[in-house]
Design a protein around this ligand. Sequence first.
Ligand code: GDP
Length: 388
Amino acid sequence: MTLSIPRFQFLYSLNLNDFLMEHIENDEQYAGLTVNKGIQQPPSVNPYLKKMRTARRRIYTAGEYVEGIRKGDISMLSQAVTLVESNLYEHQVLAQEVIAKCLPYSGTSVRIGITGVPGAGKSTSIDAFGLHVLKQGHKLAVLAIDPSSERSKGSILGDKTRMEKLSVQNDVFIRPSPSAGSLGGVARKTRETVVLCEAAGFDTVFVETVGVGQSETAVHSMVDFFLLIQLAGTGDELQGIKRGIMEMADGIVINKADGDNVERARLAQAQFRNALHLFPPTPSGWQPQVLTYSGYYELGIAEVWEMIDNYIAFVRENGYFERKRQEQAKYWMFETIDEQLKEHFYRNPEIEKMLQEKERLVLLSQESSFVAAKEVLDCYFSLKSLPE
Ligand code: GDP
């Protein structure tokens, strides 16, 4: 009889039920006594809890949501945001009604986009910037657009535990990134959440994103000021930063300017300033500034905020603030159309089936990509009823 020894090695990683099932003496080839499977282990979480929770939470009417939001009821706001994030058709219908009713009360906040690579100190800085904003008597909402949550299905940004000081304050609403769907979809939901937050009386909104991909463009198109957090000390600060991201920035701030790092931060500041001079003038007429600060030691925070205040005053004065908001409204209309067209298309069961077949034919070189695409599109346009 040959019993494979390596099986023992992974027994350690199994839970008790699996262990009993996988027990070596239960092997078909084993001739001795078998080990009883034993009793089923109870789940570690009370299964009734979920039911109890769902039973208690009822769906309100759009009017009730709006009334709660307008009163600044955080629980109502959170539930409305959950509706916005839901992909269920009936939730979306209700969410759109709530958004439409909140729109007249929106547009009132100063929206600030904050980006930087992982480790740049975004959460530490948001903690520090947020406290500064609160001290000035503002109400702050912290939202996020996190493209990586598409893959992980769990958000890494906006997590309350990452902003320890802020999360225990009143007048703060922290919401992680919506986690499902395309970047366009995730960004749209965040954009809609801004509307709800503003209707709830939040007059300052931070939208955080990781500075590594397309999400900056999405954030840029929903904020008034775009802040790029950078680090000094690598000696090649300007490398690896996409020119496009630098061009979007209204302010570049070099974090961790503390201890031994102060001089390096100053050097990086000079390098960034020189680099920015080579860029064409910004459409706002504002010359982007470069500052150093320390989020951790809360040094230079007031100066960063003064820069943002100055920018807002400058663009309100020259009319760019309004113009940009109008441009953004237009952008989101087209973005939403693009996104929803794609969703309608790819979610159609007939199209889904046809695409699988066409993909196979294209891979076998039995049909050209263009012919296949045309046939699928022709089929879509000839469909009588489009999915909801
Ligand atoms: P994020 O990934 O961009 O959100 O970055 P975090 O805020 O999590 O910060 C990454 C690391 O840098 C953490 O270990 C922080 O403690 C550290 N850090 C953040 N800000 C500062 C700062 O101003 N000075 C110093 N010395 N360290 C900082």
